[in-house]
Ligand binder design. Sequence first.
Ligand code: PNS
Length: 161
Amino acid sequence: MRRVLYPGSFDPVTNGHLDLIRRAGRLFDEVYVAVAVNNDKNALFSADERMAMLRESCHAFSNVNIVSFQGLLVDAINNYDANAVLRGLRAFSDFEYELQMALMNRKLSEDCETIFMMPSADNSFISSRLIKEIAAFNGDFTGFVPSVVVDKLKDAIKNRA
Ligand code: PNS
């Protein structure tokens, strides 16, 4: 049984994340999408809200589970008995940070392997940070996120203002 853990903030989930989850689901027996709790004190959505949006967006994928983790990623890998970490690489600019994280995680736990996958070109410019910025300035972000996120993001931005 090959299980990959896909960690992230997912604040909120985007079509880029879903692209990666779909691809990983074809390669692995199980994909655990792991929402980092307390990773970012300025997160727009609570961990529960982020997980709920992920759950709804992934309901069609039979081998995908939505979980959360606190603390170190290497501990989550052990707790969830995963074989590898999955991370997305969109552009070359992602590489330096991702390489640093992958090598540090391997230093912390020598069995920790990180697998990188690229989303489709259409999804490779999407990031949660940009989506939130577009939403905050009333731009049209609807093509970049699953439908469950659209109203929730508009409401969250409105409530924060
Ligand atoms: O979606 P993000 O914000 O790029 O995800 C980053 C995340 C949550 C994967 C990373 O910050 C993380 O693994 N945090 C857990 C704490 C940890 O293990 N830090 C050491 C990494 S070498």
